[in-house]
Design a protein around this ligand. Structure first.
Ligand code: NAD
Length: 498
């Protein structure tokens, strides 16, 4: 059976722990490979390699670091199909979606290509007599990223793209469920000119994550995954004195006002709720129609749209979405569907029991639609992360605004309307980090920044854009005096600028 390797100091490294995680082919349900689960000692080897590499990488000038990013982008683009196939084969998302996963990561690499500009400090000439003040952004040292299964290309690139361009050296601990693409990306970084040890990949589970949290040389951790683990990483990393940003789960709402273009809304909702089998932190699993007429009309159109959806293997070009990642996740989603029924929501379309001919053991789930879901239900409060759309009816704009605002998660939200003033008011007042106006999946472009609120993110700074640069650097401020003659100010009082 294929065995994935760690990638440390520019070389593949066989796992020595004797523990492995299964990697499935979600189309067939069979185990296709296994990933080694690292020990604390193996993690330490990677940290040592990264420490050695930091000495030189941190003083390579920013323009040369940017050139490595330009070359990496070229190499990834040249291998787009190979990467997308590998990604789909372990994750289960359809090929076009895997290309999107790689492409969204590359957009952050494009941002990182401009790192010389982003790292320029500030300068004040003549802050006092003969005094100039300037600031510079310096890399932190060895830093780490811990990533989820659902975007095995994009999210690692969000993190290491900016961190490495800033002069740090990196340990990536990808999801053990689909770890092959992250290893390929690290190999391509070396090919692009990053010296050995600048980007290391260590596979693992809680043991590897705890080793990162406890390692004294790791200066900063970026985490993306589910909220309980995000909070754990945030709390333990901060207690160890590390800088931590930890993005968690989501339950994004799509609010539909009565004046919205429903033909468009139905298409947008179907893609955002069921695309990638709902395994996206920016999916739209909750729709909130405002008013009875909007709700009835939308429901009818959604049922018709769902009937046209094509679920298929990840390699089927006609399929709109593929299987979920593994059997445990399929079971979890189906348990939530049953819970929804038990809680009293109306299951309008039931996606359970879906079978694809020739792939009966694959992890497929058909699209499901619930109506009359209420805010008290557990299935509304919690993240399902599957192809399940829940309709929560609201009788006014204010009631619709309140739902995402009061929900424990606050990653993304969307409003569909033709009324600019209502949209503007909604965007200003909603208690959620990323807002779409007639945009169902409002993932910000790479030079802006990604991050939710409430239980969707712990820590202070977001991913990529200038927020990312701030996260991966520390600022130093220099006050320099080159006086013309003797400075007569008293040395015994706090200096002030008069
Ligand atoms: P997960 O929390 O199970 O795993 C994330 C990472 O944590 C993986 O690398 C995993 O190996 C590690 N991990 C797992 N169990 C651990 C434990 N007990 N202790 C320490 N580390 C552990 O998440 P997942 O299932 O891979 O990904 C889906 C989740 O990620 C969803 O909740 C989704 O909303 C979220 N997500 C959030 C964002 C965002 O930006 N907010 C983006 C993508 C995914």
């Amino acid at each position: 059976m294929r065995e994935v390797r760690h990638f440390v100091n520019g070389q593949a490294l066989e796992g020595r722990s004797g523990r492995f995680g299964d990697i499935y082919d979600p189309n067939t349900g069979e185990v296709q490979a296994r990933a080694p689960l690292a020990t604390a000692e193996e993690l330490d080897l990677a940290v040592q390699a990264a420490q050695r590499a930091f000495t030189n990488w941190s003083i390579v000038n920013p323009q040369r670091r940017a050139r490595v990013m330009f070359e990496f982008k070229r190499l990834v683009e040249a291998r787009m199909d190979e990467l997308a196939e590998l990604l789909s084969s372990e994750h289960g998302k359809v090929l076009a979606d895997s290309r999107g996963d790689v492409q969204r990561g590359l957009e952050v690499i494009e941002f990182a290509c401009g790192i010389p500009h982003a790292l320029k400090g500030e300068f004040t000439e003549g802050a006092g007599p003969g005094i100039d003040v300037y600031s510079m952004r310096q890399p932190l040292g060895v830093v780490a990223g811990i990533t989820p299964f659902n975007f095995p290309a994009m999210i690692p690139m969000w993190m290491f793209g900016v961190a490495i361009a800033c002069g740090n050296t990196f340990i990536l601990k990808p999801s053990e469920r689909d770890p092959s693409v992250p290893v390929r990306l690290a190999e391509l970084m070396m090919e692009a000119g990053a010296p050995a040890g600048v980007l290391n990949v260590v596979h693992g589970d809680k043991v590897a994550v705890d080793a990162i949290l406890q390692h004294p040389a790791v200066q900063a951790i970026s985490f993306v995954g589910s909220s309980d683990i995000a909070h754990y990483v945030y709390a333990h990393g901060a207690a160890m004195g590390k800088r931590v940003q930890a993005m968690g789960g989501a339950k994004n709402h799509g609010v539909v006002l009565p004046d919205a273009d429903l033909d468009q809304v139905v298409k947008d909702l179907a893609g955002a709720a069921f695309g990638s089998a709902g395994e996206r932190c920016m999916a739209l699993p909750v729709v909130v129609p405002v008013g009875q007429r909007t709700a009835e009309d939308l429901r009818e159109r959604l049922v018709a749209e769902i009937e046209t959806l094509k679920v298929g293997t990840s390699t089927d070009p006609a399929a709109q979405y593929g299987p979920v990642v593994n059997a445990a996740h399929k079971q979890r989603v189906e348990n939530y569907i049953q819970l929804g029924v038990d809680e009293g929501a109306e299951l309008v379309v039931d996606g359970r029991g879906f079978q694809l001919q020739g792939y009966e053991k694959g992890f497929f789930i058909g699209p499901s639609l619930f109506d009359h879901v209420t805010p008290q239900m557990r299935t509304y409060q919690e993240e399902i992360f599957g192809p399940v759309l829940q309709m929560v009816r609201a009788d006014s704009f204010e009631a619709a605004l309140e739902l995402p605002s009061k929900h424990p998660y606050g990653n993304g939200v969307a409003i569909f309307t033709r009324n600019g003033r209502a949209a503007r008011d909604f965007a200003a007042r909603v208690n959620v980090g990323m807002v779409g106006i007639n945009v169902p999946i409002p993932v910000p472009v790479a030079y802006h920044t990604f991050g939710g609120w409430k239980r969707s993110a712990f820590g202070d700074t977001n991913q990529h854009g200038m927020e990312g640069v701030r996260f991966w650097t520390k600022i130093k401020t220099v006050t320099a005096r080159w006086p013309e003659g003797l400075v007569e100010d008293s040395a015994f009082v706090i200096p002030t600028m008069r």
